[in-house]
Write a protein that binds this ligand. Structure first.
Ligand code: 5CA
Length: 435
């Protein structure tokens, strides 16, 4: 992509309304713009990041055996009356009336809808287990939308739902999702720690929240340092693999301040105790027959008797992740994207726009990098190009100046470490595309 032809509306001024770094940086780097309180438009660079996160989430959901569907954003109030949540959900639910005076709502989550779909489609125990997911916009009329996309009103969520015949099967689904989540966050390039959690609006008995560590997080967190390395996440989705992983995960201490247990904490060796703050980027729930029973979704069991399936639901805040990653990975100059979800792998900085030699090298780099390269071909001074590349946080910068160009070399800078080296064009391409 050529920067001179792209919509990347960066800001020099620090936006007054933004209280935390990720919100400021998302506005300054031109990733998003607020359209109404808690409602954002995603601009080209921001959307690339959102889509890359979405792609990793999708691949890992598919890998654990979940099937992708797409449910609508608008739901009927009657569906929610069946579970009893229409009244219970309160003011967070955006309620809508259509021209026929029918009551609708913009979905804050989809337990009722998926249960209705399954009730219609699945009649026998032979058709279970099933795991389904979608990636769809949600709306929650939060009392205090704040911190940009971290607590929006409209936000993108991946939500999955599992249906099993009994508790032990439901626990396998729960473990699969827990493992899928750890692999997802590891691939994205962040540490997210699974913590025992309360179940809130969704209800149920067993729940984990996944927290990205950042000083501005809304929750206080306590965890075992062993969570900082991700060894057990490479186990396979077999019964033995899931058990090994689940035991490793749940025997180590990790809790938000709501669930903090002072006695259990004291039993963690002092050198391994870590305290900090976390941003919740996902939550998973096992809630048994809560929705299947209340909405009358039963299947015929092996003995001919009716069985209400055991359910779980599993959310990832896809749009929140963009903010959480920036919150965890930035410096004074700007964003530091992990390689896997960076909008571009590298920026190509032409330090003398109009020069024949720098121009030829930049064109060659731009062509070879394809969609992974952002070519800063603007008629701007070098300082402005450096600052913009640091702000946008590309993992690599390939800096093409007239002195190097005369000798066929470029400067390669790694954003995360600031490390610079002079290399040939070929070597720069190899390092950017290889790592
Ligand atoms: N139905 C369940 C799981 S599918 C559910 O709704 N869970 S949730 O309420 O925990 O939401 C899932 C994830 O969505 C959260 O972990 C969080 O990362 C994200 N999320 C929730 N509310 C917001 C919000 N207002 N803005 C941005 N992301 C949000």
């Amino acid at each position: 992509m050529r920067l001179s032809e792209s919509l990347v509306p960066t800001l020099k001024e620090i936006p007054a309304e933004a209280q935390i770094a990720s919100h400021r940086l998302m506005l300054r780097a031109g990733l998003v713009r607020q359209m109404a309180s808690g409602i954002y438009a995603w601009l080209p660079v921001g959307l690339r990041v959102l889509k890359k996160i979405e792609a990793i989430v999708r691949e890992e959901q598919d890998a654990c055996g979940a099937q992708e569907i797409l449910m609508p954003t608008i739901q009927s109030a009657d569906l929610w009356r069946e579970s009893g949540r229409y009244e219970a959900y309160g003011k967070e639910m955006l309620r809508i009336t259509d021209r026929h005076e029918r009551e609708l709502l913009y979905g804050p989550t989809n337990e009722e809808m998926i249960t209705a779909i399954m009730r219609d489609a699945v009649k026998s125990y032979r058709e279970l287990p099933q795991m389904l997911y979608h990636i769809q916009w949600k709306f929650r009329d939060e009392v205090r939308p704040r911190f940009g996309v971290l607590r929006g009103r409209e936000f993108l969520m991946k939500d999955a739902y599992s249906f099993d015949l009994d508790f032990s099967a439901a626990l396998i689904s729960y473990k699969k999702m827990l493992l899928a989540y750890m692999r997802t966050f590891q691939r994205i390039g962040i540490v997210a720690i699974p913590m025992r959690a309360d179940t809130g609006q969704i209800g149920g008995d067993l729940s984990h929240e996944f927290h990205v560590l950042a000083p501005t997080g809304e929750s206080g967190v306590f965890y075992d340092a062993a969570f900082e390395s991700g060894d057990a996440f490479s186990v396979p989705y077999t019964a033995a693999g899931l058990d090994e992983f689940y035991t490793a995960c749940t025997t180590k201490y990790a809790a938000t301040d709501e669930k903090h247990d002072v006695e259990a904490w004291a039993a963690v060796p002092e050198a391994r105790r870590r305290e900090g703050r976390g941003i919740e980027v996902g939550q998973i729930f096992y809630f048994g027959k809560k929705y299947s029973e209340s909405m009358g979704f039963g299947v015929i069991g092996a003995d001919g008797a009716k069985v209400f399936p055991e359910m779980g639901s599993y959310g990832i805040g896809v749009s929140r992740l963009v903010g959480a990653i920036i919150e965890a990975r930035h410096d004074e100059a700007g964003i530091i994207w992990p390689d896997a979800i960076a909008p571009f792998k590298a920026a190509i900085l032409n330090l003398r726009q109009g020069d024949e030699k720098t121009g030829a090298i930049c064109e060659r780099l731009h062509e070879a990098l394809g969609a992974d390269g952002l070519y800063d071909d603007r008629d701007e001074r070098a300082g402005a190009k450096f600052a913009e590349a640091d702000l946008l946080g590309h993992p690599w910068q390939v800096i093409v100046g007239p002195r190097g160009a005369a000798n066929g070399v470029v400067e390669l800078k790694r954003r995360a470490t600031g490390e610079r080296s002079e290399v040939s064009v070929e070597e720069a391409l190899g390092r950017v595309l290889g790592g």
